[in-house]
Design a protein around this ligand. Sequence first.
Ligand SMILES: *Cc1c(COP(=O)(O)O)cnc(C)c1O
Length: 365
Amino acid sequence: MKRVYNFSAGPSCLPEEVLKECADEMLDYNGTGQSVMEMSHRSKDYKPIIEGCEKKVRKLMNVPDNYTILFLQGGASTQFAMVPMNLGVKKGKAAYVNTGIWASKAIKEAQKFVDVDVIASSEDRNFSYIPKLEKISGDYDYVYVCFNNTIKGTHFEYIPDTGDIPLVADISSCILSEPLDVTKFGILFAGAQKNLAPAGVTLVIIRNDLITGAPLKGTPTMLNYKTHADEMSMYNTPPCYAVYVMGKVLDWIEKNGGAEGMKKRNYAKAQLFYDYLDNSKFYRSTVEKGSRSIMNIPFLTKETDAEKAEAINKKFVSEAAAQGMVNLAGHRTVGGMRASIYNAMPIEGVQKLIAFMEKFAKENF
Ligand SMILES: *Cc1c(COP(=O)(O)O)cnc(C)c1O
């Protein structure tokens, strides 16, 4: 068997020991004679799986009792609608920070339901930084940020101060990559396929006072947070198998030092990579210092001729793949390459990539 280093932005690599455990339990989970895939979500065998997963999230992220944890479907993208439909009821107005594609999509969706003030944007420099925000005030139902921009490789290094206004954050690509103070947020949500599980489950952490049960008129039952909160994410069939894998990934995180352990691991990898880029004659980071993601690292070569650069990028991606480092092509809006180095990526993967980059540079520049 040959495993590759998978630098995909999502779905992305999972810890190998988790995959092995899932394989071992595929045909017979815990003596039940069934796969978790085949189980009734209401069975006594499944119940501890989803309840255990909830407890693990609560423990690892230090989620206080006045917050509810939900396992939903529809991806992070469905939260782009659920947030305004549920929170945009009192004033009908929300503040958004535009830091790139995922924030722009959320803005566009919210505009269907509420008035949106884009209070800051980094579009002026191609979303290569995170705007510094002063304390936010205003007649808003909530303030919205995308905490880690998977595509542009930027990350909030501070939590915006919104006073009494609930702060909502999309943490799809940085959840549990380092400790985060949940109490500073009204809602946190994450599509699981970046750092937690296979695709299919979206984790939502919501402060209980925001689960009003009185969303905008016409909100479908399935898009009302209260529907899911009242039924412990069992109003309908939850994404059973993805929740089961998430539980195992959370065990793996715990075994490796929890959120603090992930931070150490991730900073070691990211530091190594940024140091290499910043000191390289051939490559460069596309993100300004002070806004850099430790999860998603886009980079370009220093080839200035666009056509030549394109050819070099293609060559880089295909030669890397031939050597067992896959999914390194950059997003079409950034160009170049992107290495996503989520929790499960071992430092050996980053070391191998850097060694390849050095050799590639010698051969091609
Ligand atoms: C991947 C991603 C999304 C989209 O998630 P889906 O689950 O595919 O809807 C949204 N926001 C961020 C920051 C992402 O990285």
